[in-house]
Design a protein around this ligand. Structure first.
Ligand SMILES: [Zn+2]
Length: 292
């Protein structure tokens, strides 16, 4: 496992398929060292973008991947839920998504996630660079290993520390309301939490709730990509610790995310050139000592 090379396991895909395919073998499209995965409400981001949808050993990614420019850097952008938000969290082809982005050259990932707050100090519109997760999902393929290949990867520090710290500094420079760390509990969805679940999560000391960070973060780690999650607080889950009277709804999440979209786009435009790649980062050798 993951001596993944650009062409390893990648099936060239004809442009006629669904109208979404593209020149997967073309050298200029293989040079997007940064991937951005957009969450609810973030479906287009780049300038001068071309679209590709490479087939991987795990099927097709959930949407066409846009490759273009952001802040002067070549970036691959994937809308996680599909361009029309047609994929449930548990339906997202996480393995194909990460594999395809890696195959296009990405070694760094900035994931954008809508999250609910479990603590009053984390307010709607805040940004949080989470450093820990708790997995409450089930049934999602969460490893590339298997079929005779055994990898016990460490998830002790699953998010790239170097990118997280740099992103925090850049966002502070932008005067953003940004928190440097936090623990996110990832639930299966698509339903939101009950009040009892939300209270329990909060009492565990967890900060945020989301439906998609797992297994995306650990799959990126298996591919030895640096991964950071830019969480945007859209709601207060089931009213825990907040004066809100209405529990969260998808409409409320989408509306709040929409209000923050200009800030998020601007933050990403600054982060893209500001998060320099570092091949010596520890994430880049995450698998080397983990193979049985
Ligand atoms: Zn890293």
């Amino acid at each position: 496992m993951p001596t993944v090379t650009v062409n390893h396991g990648l099936v060239s895909h004809n442009a006629t398929h669904d109208g979404l395919g593209g020149p997967v073998g073309s050298a200029d499209l293989m040079n997007a060292s940064l991937a951005i995965i957009g969450g609810t409400g973030l479906y287009h981001l780049l300038q001068n973008a071309e679209e590709v949808r490479p087939e991987t050993p795990y099927g097709f990614p959930g949407a066409a991947i846009q490759v273009g420019e952001l802040g002067g850097r070549r970036v691959a952008f994937l809308p996680r839920h599909g361009v029309d938000h047609t994929l449930l969290p548990a339906e997202i082809p996480f393995r194909a998504n990460l594999w395809a982005l890696h195959a296009l050259g990405a070694r760094q990932v900035v994931a954008v996630n809508a999250v609910g707050s479990l603590r009053t100090p984390l307010r709607r519109g805040d940004m949080v660079l989470v450093d820990q997760f708790v997995d409450r999902t089930w049934g999602r393929p969460d490893t590339f290993s298997g079929d005779g290949e055994v990898v016990y990867i460490s998830a002790a520090d699953p998010f790239c520390e170097r990118m997280r710290r740099t992103a925090h500094g850049r966002l502070l420079d932008l005067q953003e309301r940004v928190h440097a760390d936090g623990t996110v509990v990832v639930i299966q969805g698509p339903r939101f939490s009950s009040r009892a679940e939300s209270t329990w999560f909060s009492k565990q000391g967890w900060d945020l709730v989301n439906m998609t960070i797992y297994p995306e973060v650990v799959l990126a780690r298996e591919l030895q990509m640096c991964y950071v999650s830019l969480c945007y607080v859209t709601d207060h889950d089931a009213c825990v610790g907040d004066s809100a009277t209405e529990p969260v709804s998808h409409h409320a999440v989408a509306a709040e995310f929409g209000r923050g979209l200009d800030r998020i786009r601007h933050a990403l435009k600054v982060l893209a050139p500001g998060l320099a790649d570092d091949p010596s980062c520890g994430c880049r050798s995450a698998v080397s000592s983990a193979t049985a």
